[in-house]
Design a protein around this ligand. Structure first.
Ligand code: HEC
Ligand code: HEC
Length: 327
C-alpha cells in the first residue's frame, strides 16, 4: 500500500472511532434524571393516545456502546486495520490461507503416498487417483483446455489422440511439468504475397481440402523449401518442436484458408504454462495419468521405432523428420 493510502485509511478509521466516542459522550451528558420541562415526549402520537417518550439511553445500553469502542481499539492494535499496520498478532489472510493449505496437504499426504508407488499407467486406471485428478484438472487446466478437455482454437484437444508433442507417458509428464512453447516463425516477408497464396493452397490440399491446382503445385516446392524442416516433407509434423501434422483433420487453429494464411504470414507463439513449480511432482503425475486416461493410447515406442523404409523417400534429413513424427 502506498503511504498516501495508508494515511487516508488510518485517518478515516481514527476519525470514525473518535466520532463514535464524541457521540456517546454528548448523549451521556443527559442523565435519565434531568428532563427538560416539556420535552418528555417527542410529540409523536399514535392511535390517539400512544405517545413516544424522549428518554436518554439507559446507562447499561450506553456502556455496551463504550464496550464496542474499546473492542475496536483493541482490534486495531492486534489486527491489520490501520493502513499498512500489520497488527501485533501478525495475522494475515495470506498466512491463514497458507495454514489451511498446509492442513489440506497433510490430510492428502497418505493418499499421494500410495499414488507415488504406482506407475503412470497404473495411476491412469486407478479410480481413486482419477477422482482426485478430475478435481485437479477442473481447477488447473479446464480454463484453457475446456471442462471436457476438447480444447478450443489455440488450445489443443487432449482427447483426440492427435499430439503436438507426443502421447507417451513421459512426454505428457514433461509437457505438463515444464510447459511448452510452440513457435512458428512468420513467413510473410520471405514468401511474398503470391508465395503465401501458393503455400496456403498447398496446405489446404494436404488435408484433403480443395484449392486451385496450379497454385497448390507451385506451393509444394515452397513448402519443401520453407516448411518441411519443421512440418516434414510429407507435412505430417514433428513432435520434437511441436509442429502440427497438417495432413489430418485435426487443427490447433482453424482449417480455413484465412486462418492458415494468418499463421503463415504472422507466425504463431503459443504457450503451455509449466505446472511443476506450482503444483508439485505428485499432482503433476496424477494429471499426466489423467490425460492418458482420457486419450487413446499410442503404441509403445519400441513398436513404433521400427524402421519404415517406404516412407524415406530421399536421402534428405527432412524425410526422416516426417517419418519420426508418424510415431
Ligand atoms: C493458460 C492456458 C493453459 C493452461 C492453464 C493449461 N494448458 Fe495445457 N496447453 C496450453 C496450450 C496453449 C498448449 C499448446 C502449446 C503449443 O501450442 O505449443 C497446451 C498443451 C498441452 C498439452 C500437449 C498436447 C499435445 O498435443 O501434445 C498437454 C498434455 C496439456 N497442455 C495438458 C495440460 C494440463 C494437464 C493442464 C493442467 C495442469 C494444462 N495443460 C493447463 C494451454 C494451457
Ligand atoms: C521452425 C519450425 C517451423 C517452420 C519452419 C514452419 N512451421 Fe508451421 N508451425 C510450427 C509450430 C511449432 C506450429 C504450432 C504453433 C503453435 O503451437 O501455436 C506451427 C503451426 C502451423 C500451422 C497451424 C496448424 C494448425 O493445426 O492449426 C500451419 C497451417 C503451419 N504451421 C504452416 C506452416 C507453413 C505453410 C510453413 C512454411 C511456410 C511453416 N508452417 C513453417 C513450426 C514451424
Amino acid at each position: 500500500m502506498t503511504t498516501g493510502w495508508t494515511l487516508f485509511i488510518a485517518i478515516l478509521t481514527a476519525v470514525n472511532v473518535v466520532g463514535a466516542i464524541w457521540l456517546l459522550w454528548v448523549t451521556s451528558k443527559r442523565s435519565p434524571g434531568e428532563m427538560q420541562p416539556g420535552a418528555e415526549t417527542t410529540g409523536h402520537t399514535w392511535d390517539g393516545d400512544l405517545k413516544e417518550y424522549n428518554n436518554p439511553l439507559p446507562r447499561w445500553w450506553l456502556w455496551l456502546f463504550y464496550g464496542t469502542v474499546v473492542f475496536s481499539l483493541a482490534y486495531l492494535v492486534l489486527y491489520p486495520g490501520l493502513g499498512s499496520w500489520q497488527g501485533t498478532l501478525g495475522w494475515s489472510q495470506e498466512s491463514q490461507w497458507q495454514q489451511q493449505v498446509e492442513a489440506a496437504e497433510k490430510a492428502a499426504a497418505p493418499v499421494y503416498a500410495r499414488f507415488e508407488q504406482m506407475s503412470l499407467e497404473e495411476l491412469s486406471q486407478d479410480p481413486d487417483a482419477m477422482r482426485v485428478a478430475r478435481n485437479l484438472y477442473a481447477n488447473n487446466c479446464a480454463a484453457c483446455h475446456g471442462s471436457d478437455a476438447r480444447g478450443a482454437v489455440g488450445f489443443p484437444n487432449l482427447t483426440d489422440g492427435d499430439w503436438l508433442y507426443g502421447g507417451q507417458p513421459d512426454t505428457i509428464l514433461t509437457t505438463i511439468g515444464y510447459g511448452r512453447n510452440g513457435v512458428m516463425p512468420p513467413w510473410g516477408d520471405a514468401l511474398g504475397e503470391q508465395g503465401v497464396e501458393e503455400v496456403v493452397a498447398y496446405v489446404l490440399t494436404l488435408s484433403g481440402q480443395s484449392a486451385p491446382s496450379e497454385l497448390a503445385a507451385a506451393g509444394q516446392a515452397k513448402f519443401q523449401m520453407f516448411c518441411s524442416s519443421c512440418h516434414g516433407l510429407d507435412g505430417k509434423g514433428m513432435q520434437a518442436v511441436g509442429a502440427p501434422n497438417l495432413t489430418d483433420g485435426s487443427w490447433l487453429y482453424e482449417n480455413t484458408a484465412e486462418s492458415i494464411r494468418y499463421t503463415v504470414v504472422n507466425g504463431r507463439n503459443n504457450m503451455m504454462p509449466a505446472q511443476l513449480e506450482l503444483l508439485g511432482e505428485q499432482k503433476v503425475r496424477v494429471l499426466a495419468a489423467y490425460v492418458m486416461s482420457i486419450s487413446p493410447r499410442p503404441p509403445a515406442p519400441e513398436a513404433a521405432a521400427e524402421p519404415v523404409e517406404a516412407d524415406v523417400t530421399a536421402g534428405e534429413a527432412g524425410a526422416r523428420d516426417g517419418t519420426d513424427a508418424d510415431s
